[in-house]
Design a protein around this ligand. Structure first.
Ligand SMILES: Nc1ncnc2c1ncn2[C@@H]1O[C@H](COP(=O)(O)OP(=O)(O)OP(=O)(O)O)[C@@H](O)[C@H]1O
Ligand SMILES: [Mg+2]
Length: 395
């Protein structure tokens, strides 16, 4: 795949100099563009968008400020090349969503490596052609998997601006509709019958829309369906359809392993296992982790463990849970019973009750931790920028 790059700068000679470093690399088709004074958007008037914008930035120029406020058109990947050791430029580049920040005298090798990484990520995103599947489950009933999956899905919509469908996999008791105060007439079983011919219009009929824009594929049905009666090839088509029409599909799965839950766990990009700080929770979580990694053979890095209702003063500490579950990292969600209960009883997501509550912030942090790392700045960029920001703060 040829990767189209626009090298934009206020100076024609700088743009040419930077573009010249790519002439030996036919995998990149490079055009240069001289930014005039008339408009701060470096892509103003460009009719054929490239795959990546490579922006040369000089201190005080308005185009990076513009991108920090507006973002690039169509969320085009951005690399900024600018003065070294300039915290303001790096900060603006980060706010503009730049995937990397390179010095003006960047070597050919570093430039090509940075472009190649983004080219590969872009290709991967295009060929998978689909959103990400996040599956919530618990080791023990009552851990908070349903509550957190619903609120996480809501946060992906309202904080992340993503298209999200929440799927209730608890075919017997599924009650996610109540967490959102929605009364569905049809749900997953009816959608399965139409799985092979699903299109955007029919998908709307099988899902319900919450006022936030979050869509729910609900579980309740007039008839009882046992998981082993569900045709997996139809489930496969249905999931493919929802992944191709959403940025994220978030599924709430009971901890029971059966044909349906196993299918979702195997296909998940991320499994979120909810535990609490008690021995029975941790015991069951350890057992589930062992089943997931050795029986279903799910790579460990695909699983994140969340300690829900976390309290610093609880007798079981995070270090104990890390050791028992063999996890380097745990995500915590604070215990806020009153707000959680109010949210569940009223069917209103916590963020719509309080934007600033510790629980809301915890869910927002979980959202940030789970979203696709591809949209984050590269590790190299952060490694270069962070020491500078820290120095600045100390001085
Ligand atoms: N962070 C929290 N702080 C306080 N209470 C919480 C929190 N998270 C969940 N809860 C409470 O825990 C209860 C159980 O949550 P939820 O129904 O989501 O659990 P679950 O893991 O889906 O259980 P099940 O396996 O039965 O489906 C909820 O009624 C809610 O009030
Ligand atoms: Mg549940």
């Amino acid at each position: 795949m040829t990767f189209h790059v626009i090298v934009a700068s206020r100076s024609g000679s700088t743009a040419e100099r930077l573009a010249a470093r790519l002439t030996k690399h036919p995998e990149f088709r490079v055009k240069t563009r001289v930014i005039g004074n008339g408009h701060p958007d470096p892509l103003y008037g460009v009719s054929e968008l490239p795959d990546l914008l490579f922006l040369h930035y000089g201190s005080g120029q308005s185009e990076l400020q513009f991108l920090a406020e507006q973002g690039t058109r169509d969320h085009l990947p951005l690399i900024v090349c600018g003065p070294e050791n300039d915290p303001e430029a790096m900060r603006l580049a980060m706010r503009a969503g730049a995937r990397d920040y390179l010095p003006e005298n960047v070597s050919e090798a570093d430039l090509v490596a940075s472009l190649a990484r983004i080219q590969e990520e872009t290709l991967r995103a295009r060929t998978s052609g689909s959103g990400k599947l996040i599956v919530f489950t618990n080791g023990k009933g009552g851990s908070g998997a349903s509550f957190l999956s619903t609120n996480l899905a809501h946060s992906l919509v309202v904080d992340g601006g993503h298209r999200v469908t929440l799927v209730d996999l608890d075919l017997q008791f599924g009650g996610l509709c109540r967490y959102l105060d929605i009364t569905p007439k049809v749900g997953i079983l009816e959608a399965l019958d139409a799985a092979h011919d699903m299109d955007e219009v029919s998908a709307k009929a099988y899902t319900c829309e919450h006022s936030s824009g979050l869509r729910l594929l609900a579980a309740p049905s007039k008839h009882l369906a046992l998981p082993n009666e569900i045709p997996i090839e139809k489930l496969d088509s249905l999931l493919d359809f929802f992944l191709s029409n959403n940025d994220y599909v978030v599924a709430d799965s009971p901890s029971r392993l059966d044909a349906v839950t196993e299918f979702f766990l195997e296909r998940a990009d991320k499994i979120v296992l909810i535990v609490q700080q008690s021995l029975p929770h941790i015991h069951d979580a350890a057992r589930l982790l062992q089943l997931l990694t050795s029986e279903i053979v799910i790579p460990k890095k695909r699983i994140s463990v969340v300690v829900n209702r976390f309290s610093k003063s609880a007798p079981i500490e995070l270090g104990d849970i890390k050791k028992t579950l063999r996890q380097d990292k745990l995500i915590t969600i604070p215990n806020q019973y009153k707000l959680a209960t109010e949210s569940i009883n009223s069917g209103i997501p916590v963020a719509e009750i309080s934007k600033t509550a510790a629980l809301t912030k915890g869910i927002r942090n979980l959202q940030a931790a789970l979203v696709d790392s591809a949209s984050k700045p590269s590790q190299n960029f952060l490694k270069r920028a962070l020491p500078m920001f820290l120095r600045e703060r100390m001085s």
